[in-house]
Design a binder for this molecule. Structure first.
Ligand SMILES: [Zn+2]
Ligand SMILES: [Zn+2]
Length: 315
């Protein structure tokens, strides 16, 4: 048995639960902790049963509630190393500091520490004792104040499979403007589910990775014409349309028509833009591409929602 429950999908937050009979994984936590817990309740999912959080990339719509939720549930977070580093930079209050300034600060701290250690004990008897005490007092408090502290961090690398409980996971690189973005294929009990959103186009490695899936969640972000004529500034339009932006309805349909193997019981259109897309447009474009393959048994088309969880998809 496997189950996919899309809690939220779109530019204001993404989060999806993938479960086997024994393991539950939350992919991305792009809403507040409170909202995520609320949506799990609506969808009939028990947050206490979650074993791990798994992160695709560090954009805000994928990590908004990550730290608070992970601490609340006491579960480890799986990132690539580069995504973890990028997320920490985003989280730190002094994130606007330049790298040069940060380095200078580090060197100054280091020099001060070395000077303190090198000083003869007789001259700094009192400060040495005070120093020890301060360290002991500071570290637990500092840990509590650290917005990046997590119950556990595990690293994976794109292209290298790993497992959480009885779910085998294959992360694959996607073309998107983040540090080290990935999509995932999950497999348990002979069932395969893929999540491929936030990608500018579908390169060969992604086409390979998402073959033979029973549930295929694929981005259908924008209608090209709506985006072109829409309210975004030109620079943002260019970013969205670029090879490291988001997948259009047309590009998703092109994939479904020419490259997709037709094996999925469910195709989930995801990460729809509220500004530059209409659910009906996304649906019609994908339906047209799938026209000869739609049946009662396969390729049921489902649209992920931004504002409410979907019915769990169970296989
Ligand atoms: Zn993104
Ligand atoms: Zn996104």
């Amino acid at each position: 048995m496997m189950r996919m429950t899309v809690l939220a999908s779109g530019s204001r937050g993404n989060s999806t639960l993938v479960s086997s009979s024994r393991t539950r994984i939350l992919v991305d936590a792009g809403l507040s902790c409170r909202e995520l817990l609320k949506r799990m309740q609506i969808a009939g999912e028990d947050p206490a049963a979650i074993d791990a959080l798994l992160i695709t990339h560090e954009h805000q719509d994928h990590v908004q509630g990550l730290a608070v939720l992970a601490r609340r549930l006491g579960v480890p977070v799986y990132f690539t190393k580069a995504t973890h580093r990028a997320w920490m930079r985003w989280m730190m209050p002094h994130k606007r500091i330049t790298y040069a300034a940060w380095l200078a600060q580090r060197q100054q701290d280091l020099a001060q520490r070395q000077a303190a250690e090198a000083a003869p004990p007789t001259a700094t008897l009192a400060p040495a004792v005070v120093g020890e005490g301060r360290c002991e007092d500071e570290s637990p408090a500092a840990r509590q104040d650290d917005p990046c502290s997590l119950p556990g961090v595990e690293y994976f690398a794109a292209g290298s499979g790993f497992s959480i409980g009885d779910i085998a996971i294959t992360p694959f690189t996607i073309p998107h403007d983040a540090a080290d973005p990935v999509g995932f294929v999950f497999e348990a009990d002979g069932i395969r589910m893929a999540i491929a959103t936030d990608l500018g186009y579908i390169p060969p490695n992604v086409k390979m990775a998402i073959r033979n899936c029973d549930v295929l969640m694929i981005e259908s972000n924008h209608d090209l014409e709506m985006l072109r004529d829409g309210p975004y500034p030109w620079s943002v339009k260019q970013r969205v349309m670029s090879r490291v932006g988001h997948l259009s309805n047309e590009a998703a349909a092109d994939f479904l028509e020419k490259n997709y193997d037709g094996n999925a019981s469910y195709v989930v259109l995801a990460h729809l833009s509220e500004c530059n897309n209409l659910p009906e447009l996304a649906r019609v474009t994908a339906e047209r591409a799938l026209r000869d393959r739609m049946s009662l048994l396969a390729n049921k088309l489902v649209l992920a929602e931004q504002n409410m969880p979907l019915e769990p998809i169970c296989l």
